[in-house]
Design a protein around this ligand. Structure first.
Ligand code: PLP
Ligand code: LMR
Length: 398
């Protein structure tokens, strides 16, 4: 019956979490694989603003009816305020259709299904490299996925000229998947000047920009990290935005994200909104209630919102501190090498340039876990393990 079903090789990131959990070297093991923020104590935090919202939800306990297909109105508004700014003209004009989704992954899936249905010949282009699941999600939606030049190992920067030339070869309505901040996996972002140039090409070529923002607040700050999105909107582009609250609210397992589509007119936007709801209806019908309620409460209460932003910046600043420490220790150990990329990159991730063999050695000999492509999650470092990790890295780099 199922003889023809092929084996699943496992996910390169999530599979690593299992391997880490099963590693018996509990005294030394360090998890720098999955993109999850851990505190200085190595714990997954429950944010204070989330605790406050959950206290409200629990007292008195809320009935758990079905949510609307597109989520709670206050949740959708929260996504719009964060992504487009509180006084956004496009939002006021009714040109943004926003739905709550099952994490950023759910937003990508709903967006990809929608695009494949209404633009059946469109191809999707992702950065080389990108978060692996981007490719799986868009291919899973039936789209052909190609790669655009992005990371340059020689400069540990962006191949910007090649990237621009490549975009000029794409066809109308091709989708370009972009990371507005904290590029996953490299940590290498475009400058504002580069965004301005690239988005003009996107406009000239009539491409569809799909901005995937999973780390808002971890790069520069809440508004700064949304620069590319707001610039694209300002330029009159039809933009797709998938956002995730997994990291910046530390609500990974609640599956909280959003999909927003900016249309040229309110009439089109209303139709798009309807079709997004239908897309949701036929996949999972409606989003889960708890995460929607937490986001709604935190984001629409001035005090809790301010507290939240402060908590995100604390996470951001701890990551920056760890970048600096790692750079300092490694530079002292191997002075002939340049490790300044650690503090130039943004967000949770650093592309270390380590080879797959070196990554395997780190895991086997030192119980330090990183993704095989050389990506390290800096948010897994703390003052107790950073020197150990730096020493281990220095050892495999020798
Ligand atoms: N997009 C990027 C770039 C990510 O790194 C992630 C990671 O989780 C996602 C989307 C998915 O977000 P979620 O975990 O909320 O599904
Ligand atoms: C990651 O890249 O590690 C995170 O985005 C988690 C995931 O789902 O892969």
């Amino acid at each position: 019956m199922f003889e023809h079903v092929t084996a699943y090789a496992g996910d390169p990131i999530l599979g690593l979490m299992d391997k880490f959990a099963n590693d018996p070297r509990t005294d030394i093991k360090v998890n720098l694989g999955v993109g999850v923020y851990y505190t200085e104590d190595g714990k997954l935090p429950v944010l204070e603003c989330v605790k406050a919202a959950e206290a409200i939800i629990a007292n008195p306990p809320r009935p758990r009816g079905y949510l609307p297909m597109d989520g709670l109105p206050g949740y959708r508004k929260a996504c719009q305020d964060l992504l487009f700014g509180k006084n956004s003209a496009v939002v006021a004009e009714g040109r943004v259709a926003t739905i709550a989704t099952l994490g950023g992954s759910g937003a990508l899936k709903v967006g990809a299904d929608f695009i494949h249905q209404w633009f059946p010949t469109a191809k999707c282009y992702v950065s080389n490299p990108t978060w692996g699941n981007h490719i799986s999600i868009f291919e899973g939606a039936g789209m052909e996925v190609g790669k655009y030049p992005y990371y340059d190992p020689a400069t540990i920067g962006v191949k910007f000229d090649e990237l621009c030339e490549f975009f000029k070869t794409l066809n109308e309505n091709d989708v370009v998947l972009l990371h507005p901040c904290c590029h996953n996996p490299t940590g290498v972002d475009l400058t504002r000047e580069q965004w301005d140039v690239l988005l003009q090409i996107v406009k000239d070529q009539k491409l569809i920009p799909f901005m995937d923002i999973a780390y808002q607040g971890f790069g520069e700050d809440m508004d700064g990290d949304a620069y590319a999105i707001r610039r694209a909107v300002e330029m009159g582009l039809p933009v797709f935005v998938s956002n995730s609250f997994s990291k910046n609210l530390s609500l990974y397992g609640e599956r909280v994200g959003g999909l927003s589509v900016v249309s040229p007119t309110k009439e089109e936007s209303d139709k798009v909104h309807g079709q997004l709801k239908f897309t949701v209806r036929r996949i999972y019908s409606s989003p889960p209630a708890h995460g929607n309620a937490v986001v709604d409460i935190v984001m629409n209460d001035d005090k809790l919102f301010t507290q939240w932003v402060g908590e995100v910046y604390e996470m951001r600043d701890r990551i920056r501190e760890m970048r600096q420490k790692l750079q300092d220790v490694l530079s002292a150990k191997l002075p002939e090498r340049d490790f300044s990329y650690f503090t130039k990159q943004q967000g949770m991730f650093s592309f270390t340039g380590l080879t797959a063999e070196q990554v395997v050695r780190l895991r086997d000999e030192f119980a330090v876990y990183m993704v095989e492509n050389g990506r390290m999650c800096i948010a897994g470092l703390n003052n107790a393990n950073v020197e150990y990790v730096a020493n281990a890295m220095a050892e495999v780099l020798k």
